[in-house]
Design a protein. Structure first.
Length: 211
């Protein structure tokens, strides 16, 4: 019985730790911006990344620049945002509006069905920014350890399109940012199996003792 209890305790600890890790987390983050910009050209822009493990994408977001005069982070229009694989196939997309919740600098819209990304694969996330501003030269830029950020990209388009051109990173501190996403890892660890097995063994032991 003591062995089963130790196994169960280890499994519970593993599940608790896993729950902390699997909480939906923003892919890229920063504490402030120095430049919000739109030069009048319609861009579909974003950034590339490699998944460091199998991931779920839960929602997609778009940068909301502060409104002149009020400082409110709102859009002048809705924005299509999506994720492309390295073969330029669109694997996830949605539309973000002012009705969607603001989290730090981005408004996020949950995907109807979360999308799985594959460990080691490269992807491109992009948003059609239209007349709204995007940002660059962010402060305290950080990247979720579930992914590796590999640079920012853009293309001239008034609709969501694969961003074909790499930004000149010598001109930018981190890149240009319009889209974002939140992610969780997909694999269920052995701790869940151990937890189920441990509970089953304890139940069986109790039934045996009660006879």
């Amino acid at each position: 019985m003591k062995t089963m209890l130790r196994t169960l305790a280890a499994a519970v600890l593993g599940v608790i730790c896993y729950a902390g890790v699997t909480h939906a987390a923003i892919a890229i983050d920063f504490t402030g911006t120095t430049v919000d910009w739109n030069d009048g050209t319609n861009y579909s822009l974003g950034w590339s990344f490699t998944a460091n493990r199998d991931l779920y994408v839960n929602s997609l977001g778009v940068y909301a620049a502060p409104e002149f005069g009020t400082g409110n982070r709102v859009f002048t229009q809705n924005h299509a945002v999506g994720i492309f694989d390295a073969s330029k196939n669109l694997v996830a997309s949605t539309s973000v509006s002012n009705a969607d919740p603001l989290n730090n600098f981005f408004r996020y819209h949950s995907l109807e069905t979360r999308v799985q990304l594959t460990a080691g694969a490269t992807y491109y996330i992009a948003a059609a920014m239209g007349a709204d501003q995007f940002t660059w030269n962010t402060t305290d830029f950080s990247v979720n350890p579930l992914i590796t950020y590999t640079g920012s990209y853009y293309t001239v388009s008034d609709t969501l399109a694969f961003p074909t051109t790499a930004d000149d990173m010598t001109q930018l501190a981190n890149g240009t940012f319009g889209p974002n996403m939140d992610v969780t890892p997909t694999p269920i660890p052995a701790a869940f199996w151990l937890l189920g097995s441990g509970l089953g063994m304890i139940g069986a032991a109790r039934r045996k003792l009660s006879k």
